[in-house]
Structures are given as structure tokens and as C-alpha cells.
Design a protein around this ligand. Structure first.
Ligand code: PLP
Length: 280
């Protein structure tokens, strides 16, 4: 079953028009929410961000967030989703192709689930990354359907045998193509501050909360490519990758190519956070 507007229907029944604005303009917003033990992880925060993204592109959600939340819980239940993801997108709707906003279109919400296990091999051993120019637009704080900059960066990483592309704008590390990036130097955690150049990841916010609880000093301060190269530890965060060590960047090992101690401490705290929020 998938969510289509405000109904749960079979995927085969769903109809997307060729003039849906998500399809033609990437005109819409989206979210990805993780599910553990049949329960959603930080759903309220994701839905609040969806509302914010919609507001920022002047898209009025077709029905209240509280109703969407109920429908998503029903979607989890009907699909017997124990471990996986919920993808949600809201398009500005269908109208004759014209760049300006349509007068009449009803925004279309769709959501579906993916059954997916935690990426344990990557979490335990870390991943390889490359650096590449951040060519994206200047509103990266909006989780918009326009993902071509991210798609091209990710494919560059894949072409180099890496899992993630770390984006550099004006010599500064902004974030990953679909993740936030953290470094540890002399015991302090650094990540780019929230502004129009990054998406304020929900996992990023959880990482900072856990760092606080673990009494790991942190600073939301941008760092340069050189500081990235000289970091003691590097990791990324995202809904699907959680807190994942980066053990090689541009073919050079980080922390001798193994996950570092502070990264591992935060990973452990993250697993406890999953248990606390989804097993209670
Ligand atoms: N940054 C970008 C550009 C992303 O696309 C994502 C997730 O898709 C993130 C960061 C991580 O955000 P979250 O932790 O909410 O998944």
C-alpha cells in the first residue's frame, strides 16, 4: 500500500500525470523517515521540517500535518514495516506546463515504504568519500525535489569507488551530497552551522544532542578543506546512514583508516537513542 493524497491505495492504482509539477519542475518537497522496530524515529521533527520546506517554497500543504502523521502510522502498519524508511513527497500538483504557480492545482502528497536493514557493514567499518565542488543552489536548507546537484556529486563519488561526496564551497566543507559532515579535532566536534548552505539534518540535530549528553565539546563552525584533511576523525550523519565513520577521503586514510573513538562513542549513544525512542 502507498499513500496517495489522503488515501491508502495499491501502488498499481496510483496515477501521476505527465504534467505533475514534481515531474516537470522538481516543484515540491520531500522527507525520508526511518522506522525501527515498527516505530518511526523522530517523525515529528521530520514533519515539522516538511512543513517548513513547503512554507519556504510557498506551497500550502493540502491537509493538516496531524492527519498526515496518522496516515503515515497507518502506512507503517498496513505494510508491516519493522525496519526501513518512509519516503514522503508533496508536489505543487498538476496543471498545464507554465513556470508560474498554477491557480487551481491541489498539491499531491505521496508516501511509500522501503523495507531496509541498518547498514551494519558501513557503520562498523566506515566508508570512503571524495571531495567535490558544491554546485548546488543557494537554498540548500529546503528539502526540495530538485536534486540534480546532489545526484551528480553522488555519481562522481561512485565513479571513484566511494560512497559519499563531501561538498566544498569557497574552500569550506558544507555537507555531503545526502548527509551532514562532522570532523573531530583535538577532542572537539565541528560541523557547518545551519544556514542556507546546508540542510539542517534531523540526524545532525540528534548527533549534537548526544554530544551534549556525552559531554563531548562541539562547535557549529564551518571548517575548511585543509581542516578536513587534518581531522582526527570524520563521520557523516543521515536518516538512512545514521552516524557513519568516513575512513578514507580522496584516497587518503583518516585515523589510519579505522573508525575513531569519539565517532564510536556517538554511534553507541545513537543505538541507545534508537532503543529509547522505539522500544519503550
Ligand atoms: N544533507 C542533505 C543534502 C541531505 O539530502 C540529507 C538527507 O537526505 C541530509 C543532509 C541528512 O538529513 P537527515 O539527517 O534529516 O536525513
Amino acid at each position: 500500500m502507498i499513500l496517495y493524497d489522503n488515501r491508502l491505495i495499491s501502488r498499481e492504482e496510483a496515477h501521476i500525470d505527465v504534467e505533475d509539477r514534481a515531474y516537470q519542475f522538481g516543484d515540491g518537497v520531500y522527507e525520508m523517515i526511518r522506522v525501527y522496530h515498527g516505530r518511526s524515529f523522530y517523525m515529528d521533527e521530520h514533519l515539522a521540517r516538511l512543513e517548513r520546506s513547503a512554507r519556504e517554497i510557498r506551497l500550502e500543504l493540502p491537509y493538516p500535518i496531524a492527519e498526515l502523521k496518522q496516515l503515515l502510522h497507518e502506512l507503517i502498519r498496513r505494510n508491516q514495516l519493522e525496519e526501513g524508511n518512509i519516503y514522503i513527497q508533496v508536489s505543487r500538483g498538476t496543471a498545464p506546463r507554465y513556470h508560474g504557480f498554477p491557480d487551481q492545482a491541489r498539491p499531491l502528497t505521496i508516501a511509500y515504504v522501503q523495507h531496509a536493514k541498518r547498514p551494519l557493514a558501513e557503520l562498523n567499518h566506515g566508508i570512503r568519500a571524495i571531495t567535490t565542488d558544491d554546485i548546488r543552489w543557494l537554498r540548500c536548507d529546503i528539502k526540495s525535489l530538485n536534486l540534480l546537484g546532489a545526484v551528480l556529486a553522488k555519481q562522481t563519488a561512485i565513479d571513484h569507488g566511494a560512497k559519499e561526496a563531501i561538498l566544498i564551497r569557497d574552500g569550506v566543507v558544507t555537507e555531503g551530497s545526502s548527509t551532514n559532515i562532522f570532523i573531530i579535532k583535538d577532542g572537539t566536534l565541528y560541523t557547518h552551522p545551519t544556514n542556507h548552505l546546508i540542510l539542517n539534518g534531523i540526524t545532525r540535530q540528534v548527533v549534537l544532542k548526544l554530544a551534549d549528553e556525552c559531554e563531548i565539546p562541539f562547535s557549529e563552525t564551518a571548517f575548511s578543506k585543509e581542516e578536513l584533511d587534518q581531522a582526527d576523525e570524520v563521520f557523516l550523519s543521515s536518516t538512512t546512514m545514521e552516524i557513519c565513520p568516513i575512513v578514507e577521503i580522496d584516497n587518503k586514510p583518516v585515523n589510519q583508516g579505522v573508525p575513531g573513538p569519539i565517532t564510536k562513542q556517538l554511534q553507541e549513544a545513537f543505538v541507545n537513542e534508537i532503543k529509547r525512542t522505539t522500544l519503550s
